[in-house]
Design a protein around this ligand. Structure first.
Ligand SMILES: [Ca+2]
Ligand SMILES: [Ca+2]
Ligand SMILES: [Ca+2]
Ligand SMILES: [Ca+2]
Length: 488
């Protein structure tokens, strides 16, 4: 069903390219410009299975473009949330200014199902070449100024984040105006980050590792600037932040953060960071089994559709599955999950990211994992296989929700209120970017044994829509223009 490939990638990205409801999969190849003879792979998800997209649609410009780090689907140019554009983050060597003009950023506009690089025409290329040399790692699509046009927050290492605002047909670097220039991540930092509404005011904030990955810095978006929040309580220092994950769903409007320790063995706990009143941050520990490798990534999704998001924690050598049992905390179910076999030391490559999508549309979230990866500080650069893991667990009922905004086509920045089985929860609509990979941007909600859920949406434009009681176990399309929701 999946072509047998060998890749060396920072993560698989789920998105929509060819206009249907099946999530497609893009896996960039890190060193495509070198003599590996390995290329990026766009797999179109068809009723008959995955098919590699025909060339030359995705033929990026080798050999000049340098390393690729993450691909992100979002509607920067397109108005169709089922035919998204794709950003590919490209980086050069740290501090090597001579590379500045050789880095070819990739903003692949979806033009009738063909992805065409428009980084020059939209002036993304010029804006980034004029700024500090960004060792580009990952992009977060967000409408930071709430004008309905999707902007681009770029995170790299060794340079401040760059915020490119969409202004008419072009992108302009507004990083300084938005207060981002003082943020000075070091090596292996800056991209270990999450973008989420941490204080619950309806605007996306920024959390990233700084200080040799010893500290989490949080910047609140006040609508005009990113303003630093006081640092975390130093009584529980973090000896190395391997990954920062934002949990998009919860009982309040504030996104919680999960910090994954970068070092195996001694630091056997995840940190759960919550914003409390007054913008203060509090930390709890989530005990997990001692990590058998360096923590590099975490992701979350409701794997058993019971209404609680479960955690996946990736080390170089295994993927831990932590089932969320609500008040009873997280329980390690790796051994019975089927993912224990990924820990096989004999397989080629190291694990990087795991990303989630219900690719076979059966109502259960499936996983894409790449075994070939080389992060900073790693010696091995072995390519490895792309693994698709189909979820066959017994699971509760579910909803898929596709938002269609009036101006912002995927409704990125909206907040969905879900009432099911007597519980109310809030789910933020994001592009699905987690670490250096991307989950299916269509919302997947577990409903337990509920047959329906009451759904309403607060859109980033300020409008609200009420969609009533929606039947479980299907996709609903929710429109900002007030049209009745449609089922598919
Ligand atoms: Ca905007
Ligand atoms: Ca906020
Ligand atoms: Ca669950
Ligand atoms: Ca599935």
């Amino acid at each position: 069903m999946v072509p047998s490939v060998s890749l060396y990638s920072w993560g698989p990205s789920w998105g929509y390219v060819d206009g249907d409801e099946r999530p497609d999969l893009f896996v960039h190849h890190h060193y495509g410009h070198r003599a590996h003879a390995l290329e990026d792979l766009l797999l179109l998800n068809r009723a008959s299975g995955f098919e590699p997209a025909p060339r030359p649609e995705l033929r990026l410009r080798w050999p000049d473009t340098r390393d690729q780090h993450a691909a992100v689907f979002a509607p920067w140019s397109t108005s169709d949330p089922r035919a998204l554009d794709c950003w590919v983050s490209v980086g050069g060597l740290q501090g090597d200014a001579s590379q500045r003009d050789r880095i070819e950023h990739q903003l692949l506009a979806n033009e009738g199902g063909r992805l065409v690089n428009r980084a020059t025409e939209t002036e993304v290329q010029a804006a980034l070449r004029a700024g500090p040399l960004l060792r580009g790692r990952v992009a977060h699509p967000l409408d930071v100024d709430r004008d309905g046009r999707l902007d681009l927050l770029l995170l790299g290492e060794g340079a401040p984040p760059r915020l490119l605002l969409r202004e008419g047909a072009f992108f302009r670097d507004r990083s300084s105006r938005w207060g981002l220039d003082p943020i000075q991540p070091g090596r292996q930092e800056g991209w270990r980050a999450a973008v989420a509404d941490i204080d619950g005011d309806g605007r996306e904030d920024l959390a990233l590792a700084v200080g040799g990955r010893s500290r989490l810095a949080v910047y609140r978006n006040d609508g005009r600037r990113f303003v630093p929040l006081p640092s975390l309580d130093s009584e529980r220092p973090i000896a190395g932040i391997g990954s920062v994950l934002a949990l998009a769903a919860g009982a309040d409007r504030r996104a919680d953060l999960v910090l994954v320790p970068a070092r195996a063995g001694r630091e056997d706990a995840l940190r759960l960071v919550r914003s409390v009143d007054g913008g203060r941050l509090e930390v709890d520990l989530i005990p997990v089994p001692v990590l058998r490798g360096r923590g590099v990534h975490a992701n979350a999704g409701d794997l058993d559709n019971d209404g609680d998001d479960d955690l996946l924690v990736v080390t170089r050598r295994d993927v831990l599955v932590l089932e969320n049992r609500g008040a009873d905390g997280f329980v390690d179910v790796t051994a019975s999950s089927g993912l224990g076999s990924l820990a096989n030391q004999d397989q080629p490559g190291l694990l990087g990211c795991v990303s989630l999508a219900d690719y076979d549309l059966d109502g259960r979230l499936d996983l894409a994992v790449i075994r070939g990866w080389r992060g900073p500080g790693e010696v091995s650069n072995e390519p490895g296989p792309l693994l698709l893991l189909r979820n066959v667990s017994a699971a509760g009922s579910w909803l898929r929700l596709r938002l269609v905004g009036a101006v912002n086509p995927s409704g990125i920045g909206a907040l969905v209120t879900v009432v099911a089985g007597g519980d109310r929860r809030y789910v933020s609509v994001t592009a699905g970017v987690v670490g250096t990979c991307q989950n299916d941007p269509v919302l997947h909600l577990g409903l337990g044994d509920a047959a329906a859920a009451e759904i309403s949406v607060a859109w980033p434009s300020g409008l609200s829509t009420v969609h009533g009681r929606l039947a479980a176990n299907r996709l609903h399309v929710l429109s900002e223009d007030g049209a009745p929701s449609t089922e598919r």
